[in-house]
Write a protein that binds this ligand. Structure first.
Ligand SMILES: *Cc1c(COP(=O)(O)O)cnc(C)c1O
Ligand SMILES: [Zn+2]
Length: 422
């Protein structure tokens, strides 16, 4: 691929040609995560901001020359990317901010941000004529792989913890994947899947281990900046589990800086659940993330429950290099943020999505964001992914339905009690 220079190991700095290694730098067990390095002069000759002005491709493929795929790659059937960026003025006012946008990736085909990465996985696997693709997942990466595979009839094997929310497991089964429910955590499922991929030669989509996943995820940064007329925001809030999304967002912004399409780097704010706050802890303490042991992860936000964030090198760099911060929010704050976000702008998020908004609330209270800064919150997953948590969230804020007999009498007394008048 002419626009890619090489793959660079984040640990030892060694570079590899694209066809030299499939996933990781072989010198560090399963931890040698690599970064795809581009030839920006080459890219600059093949795409510019003006071309995009005339593009009618409202999907992530509008940025194809910036992605690690061949110009003639056959693309998945489903439409992925170009999700709306809503100006959330009421929420902004509540927080004392002037400019707040919510980008809703719950609108993607399988209802989470992961579609951006899985789309690339399917293309890369087909490049290699892989018979089977596999991934471990807390649920959404699997659902995304499963749906996109279904769209192009690509066989796949999925490993998820048996505790994954029902809606996510339902997606996998409906799309026709081979679904393996692992009696253990996401981290257990991840290890098992890596071994399975090696033993059977399956194409491996696993987050971070597969360096192309960040490359799909970076398209959200392109979209945010383009949707804001190439005036990059000042701050972006996103939740963090494995750290691949925040690493991908950072990569996208670095691409845009290298091409001169934006003139400043937004601060990246990584939001973690208190019970799964490996990155927050490491960022605060300055511990070495190559030796910091896994933590025991527990949170209602299943999509960001990760004992050992697989993309921690990219995730730490994303926050440090942009002078951002890590924040930790409680499960109660995460759940409370579901109705707040939904009622404030109409976006219904799953817990891992609302966590980003809970992080913004905390950051405002801590003075980490100032009133006139331009802020983007990324919703990474649709609220319908996890109804049990949604029901808990409304209970927490004291909202419940009214039950009546189907008579006008009962209704009249209820309406009178509630004082619903014109
Ligand atoms: C995967 C996921 C995240 C976290 O992404 P990481 O790359 O694991 O940090 C956040 N929200 C949702 C809804 C997800 O599915
Ligand atoms: Zn290395």
């Amino acid at each position: 691929m002419k626009h890619i220079l090489n793959l660079k190991c984040l640990i030892c700095g060694q570079t590899y040609q694209v066809d030299e290694i499939d996933y990781i730098c072989p010198k560090h067990g399963n931890e040698g995560i690599v970064d795809v390095q581009y030839d920006y002069d080459f890219i600059d000759r093949h795409i510019n901001r003006n071309d995009l002005l005339h593009s009618t491709d409202f999907s992530m493929w509008r940025y194809k020359p910036l992605l690690p795929i061949e110009p003639k790659a056959s693309l998945p059937l489903l439409s992925i990317g170009w999700t709306p960026l809503y100006r959330a003025n009421r929420l902004a006012a509540d927080l004392g901010l002037k400019y707040l946008w919510v980008k809703d990736d719950g609108r993607l085909p399988t209802a989470s941000f992961k579609d951006r990465a899985s789309a690339i996985a399917v293309i890369k696997a087909q490049e290699k004529s892989a018979a089977i693709i596999t991934t471990a997942s807390t649920g959404n990466a699997a659902a995304a792989l499963s749906g996109i595979c279904a769209s192009v009839k690509q066989p796949n094997v999925i490993f998820v913890p048996e505790t994954a929310p029902q809606a996510k497991i339902a997606q996998l089964l409906v799309f026709g994947s081979t679904v393996i429910l692992v009696k253990g955590t996401y981290d257990d499922a991840f290890e098992l899947c890596l071994q399975a991929a090696k033993e059977y030669g399956w194409y491996n989509r696993n987050t971070a281990y597969n360096p192309y996943m960040s490359e799909g995820k970076k398209t959200a940064s392109y979209e945010i900046c383009e949707q804001l007329g190439w005036q990059a925001p000042d701050v972006i809030f996103v939740s963090v589990g494995d750290g691949c999304i925040i690493g991908g967002l950072h990569k996208g912004l670095k691409d845009l800086m290298a091409l001169g399409w934006i003139d400043h780097m937004p601060r990246l704010m990584g939001v973690q659940a208190e019970g799964s706050a490996y990155m927050f802890q490491a960022w605060q303490s300055g511990e070495d993330i190559l030796t910091k042991p896994p933590i025991d992860a527990h949170t209602v936000a299943d999509s960001i429950s990760a004992g050992l964030p697989r993309d921690r090198l990219k995730a730490l760099a994303a926050v440090k290099e942009t002078k951002g911060a890590y924040l930790s929010v409680t499960d109660e704050e995460i759940l409370t943020a579901i109705p707040t976000l939904a009622r404030g702008c109409g976006v219904f998020a799953e817990p891992a999505g609302s966590a980003a908004y809970a992080g913004l609330v905390k950051a405002v209270n801590q003075g980490l964001v100032s009133a006139d800064e331009r802020v983007v919150v990324l919703n990474t997953g649709n609220g319908l992914k996890d109804i049990a948590s949604a029901m808990k969230s409304v209970e927490l804020v004291g909202t419940s339905p009214y039950r009546i007999a189907p008579t006008m009498n009962d209704l009249r007394s209820l309406v009178a009690k509630l004082r619903i008048t014109n």
